[in-house]
Design a binder for this molecule. Structure first.
Ligand SMILES: C[S@@+](CC[C@H](N)C(=O)[O-])C[C@H]1O[C@@H](n2cnc3c(N)ncnc32)[C@H](O)[C@@H]1O
Length: 328
């Protein structure tokens, strides 16, 4: 079986890592920006609020999260919008793209606890079910959870008897490796379809995505697993014992990703997470907060923001693409 198929099964098929209920954060296998601070989704919400103020998006825009896990990011976004313009949460329409029923149940219940009947949450199983005029779409660590092929010296990996075996790469894999300018590393699978579906779903679109990665593919294997906050690099992964019980992921090559988006009519900014959050207004939010809470509470909140923007924590290891439609 091709490695991409094996990774798809690992993460999403019967009893796959993500097809069952998972905890993200302290009690789980890894942290994400979402699980680290509510100012992550909050800043994205503030940015959306400002886009609407500038008439760049209408008040009935569809706000959509993909790969939402428990729904914390979208809920934080809504909570922050509420503090700036309580009426806006009545006209915006909130959607989560969620293929897995256990996650849909968790998200519904979290929204019910957080907002009672003030906010209506809609679900779709895939982007193909959406056909809207205006979309504001967010994703955190979505693309690094797509499967990939492993490529090395003109060969790609297969899994035979739970071990890696290398076979001559088909032409399309060699072509992609040339495009990514790598002799060794991951070849992402599914990105092209993703951008096609995304741009078919919304006529006017702002898309924001954060992921581990670098501008250029790194010419080495970045594939790794996470379990109980321990990381195993590629060389140490046990494709039998770690199967389905650890998260498996890799670095997103952003130049390739942005080129694909451009092919589908989207363009915009690539930056580190810290730069993106500052551009979207995280420091303005802190200034507002400082004026409205005690200094002790302010310092508590700043500590969580630090995790998001400190270059030695999440600020630079994570990158962001903020894209919008430039043509249809
Ligand atoms: C690394 S987790 C990130 C979860 C959350 N966004 C966070 O930051 O805490 C990736 C999530 O993306 C979801 N996912 C992967 N492919 C997807 C797709 N095509 N549509 C919707 N969700 C997807 C997985 O099921 C998983 O819940």
């Amino acid at each position: 079986m091709l490695f991409s198929q094996f990774m798809q099964e690992w993460l999403y098929e019967d009893r796959g890592y993500y097809s069952q209920e998972r905890t993200i954060g302290k009690e789980g296998d890894f942290y994400t920006s979402v699980s680290s601070s509510r100012y992550f989704g909050g800043t994205i919400g503030y940015y959306l609020y400002k886009l609407i103020l500038k008439n760049r998006l209408p008040r009935n825009t569809v706000v959509c999260e993909i790969g939402a896990h428990k729904g914390y990011l979208l809920a934080d976004l809504i909570q922050f919008i509420y503090t700036f313009d309580p009426d806006l949460i009545k006209s915006l329409r909130f959607v989560i793209v969620e293929p897995f029923e256990p996650n849909r149940v968790m998200q519904k219940s979290y929204f019910q606890d957080s907002f009672a009947d003030e906010v209506v949450l809609h679900h779709v199983a895939s982007l193909e079910e959406i056909q809207e005029d205006f979309g504001f779409v967010v994703a955190n660590e979505l693309l690094d959870a797509f499967p990939c092929e492993l490529f090395q010296d003109g060969k790609i990996a297969t899994i035979v008897d739970e071990e890696l075996q290398w076979i001559k790469a088909p032409e399309n894999a060699t072509k992609l490796a040339t495009e990514l300018d790598l002799e060794k590393g991951e070849l992402p699978v599914g990105y092209e379809d993703f951008f096609q579906n995304l741009t078919r779903s919304f006529k006017k679109l702002e898309f924001i995505t954060f992921d581990y990665g670098e501008w250029k593919a790194q010419n080495r294997f970045t594939l790794r697993t996470y379990r109980k906050h321990e990381t195993k690099p590629f060389e140490e992964i046990d494709f039998s014992k770690d199967y389905k019980i650890s998260d498996i992921t890799y670095d997103v090559p952003f130049e390739y990703t942005k080129d694909l988006a451009l092919k589908h009519g989207l363009d915009g900014e690539y930056s580190t997470q810290v730069k993106a959050l500052i551009d979207m207004g995280i420091l303005e939010i802190l200034e507002i907060l400082e004026k409205n809470v005690t200094h002790a509470d302010y310092l508590k909140e700043v500590a969580t923001v630090k995790t998001l923007i400190d270059p030695t924590i999440l600020g630079e290891r994570f990158k962001c693409l903020r894209l919008r439609r430039i043509s249809s």
